[in-house]
Ligand binder design. Structure first.
Ligand SMILES: [Zn+2]
Length: 324
């Protein structure tokens, strides 16, 4: 094909898309861009609804319904509501917008099953039958660190509450040093971190959940060490309350078991207060048995705690970063 023909053809294609796309979008839903640091996705169109995720600046979403100032989209296969006034409407018939859309590498959309489909361009996005059946629409900023995310790291026990104890080793001390290492690892990934306690003070379970629920955190990670009458009891387990958060628990548990070679006690649903009253995705980690002499030698070492912290971050990244 000669150059002139190519020029004519591409001009025709551009004119065609500028003409056709706004009409298609009007029928399919309104596109929005997140232009504030972070906003919450809720499971219902009201401010006291459960938080099921967060969007960060640069994320795009398409909405399908409006209700009292809230707009509905889909996230990890669930209906999700966002306050409309935190969003900036975008239109593809604007020349600048279309240019910036096209400069993105590829679009990743989360399907109803929670998987990803790669969309090579905005055009394919509109034409894709997969996407329509998936009824999804959030495209996240492509990145491989945790910048823009905020985590509550909760060191179990503290002050008058020592937690489990064996051979003069107190759980509250092990949880604090591990929580601090975890906070450091998360900050290295660009995340903001709030520690529920930074020293040996008593914080009630209510206050721990208040810290979480009153924040814009993306997840709450509670660090504990286990105890059992049987000194042979060993290994790591991860607990969650809402089944919505079992996936986060699984990702962290898997990463921990692989990196530490500890016994895998699995993930379990549990009715712990800090999980039950938490409106953020919340997990409680039991990182080994203080009552098992072999395991105690291991878990009291900074090497083990740092390894555990790194693998918790690995699990968090596998959960939150779609293309990680
Ligand atoms: Zn504990």
């Amino acid at each position: 094909m000669n150059v002139l023909k190519k020029c004519i053809l591409s001009s025709f294609i551009l004119v065609f898309f500028f003409t056709i796309i706004p009409a298609v979008h009007a029928a399919e839903g309104q596109m929005y861009l997140v232009n504030v640091d972070t906003i919450e996705l809720k499971d219902a169109p009201k401010s006291n609804a459960n938080v099921i995720g967060n969007l960060i600046e640069g994320d795009k979403l398409t909405t399908f319904e409006e209700h009292n100032g809230w707009v509905k989209t889909f996230f990890r296969g669930e209906a999700a509501w966002v306050l409309e006034n935190n969003l900036q409407a975008i239109y593809l018939n604007d020349e600048g917008e279309l240019a910036s859309e096209k400069s993105s590498q590829s679009y990743k959309a989360i399907t109803a099953e929670g998987g990803l489909i790669n969309l090579p361009s905005e055009t394919a996005k509109l034409d894709s039958p997969n996407l329509k059946s998936a009824s999804m629409e959030i495209t996240r900023n492509q990145k491989n660190n945790l910048s823009g995310y905020h985590f509550i790291v909760d060191a179990g026990h503290g002050g008058k509450d020592g937690g489990a104890m064996a051979k003069k080793m107190k759980e509250k001390d092990l949880t604090l040093s591990t929580a601090k290492l975890l906070a450091e690892e998360l900050k290295e990934e660009g995340a903001a971190v709030t520690l529920s306690r930074k020293d040996d003070t008593y914080i009630s379970l209510d206050n721990r959940t208040i810290i979480s629920n009153s924040s814009d955190a993306d997840a709450f990670i509670s660090v504990h060490y286990n105890a059992n009458k049987n000194p042979k009891a060993a290994g790591i387990s991860t607990f969650y309350h809402s089944s919505k958060h079992s996936k986060l628990a699984n990702k962290i548990q898997n990463a921990l078991v692989i990196a530490t070679s500890m016994n895998d006690r699995g993930t379990k649903q549990a009715n712990y207060k800090v999980l039950r009253s938490n409106r953020k995705p919340a997990v409680l980690l039991e990182l080994g048995f203080i009552t098992n002499p072999d395991e105690l030698d291991k878990i009291k070492s900074i090497t083990y705690q740092k390894n555990a912290a790194e693998s918790i971050v690995e699990g968090i990244k596998k959960y939150f970063l779609e293309n990680y």
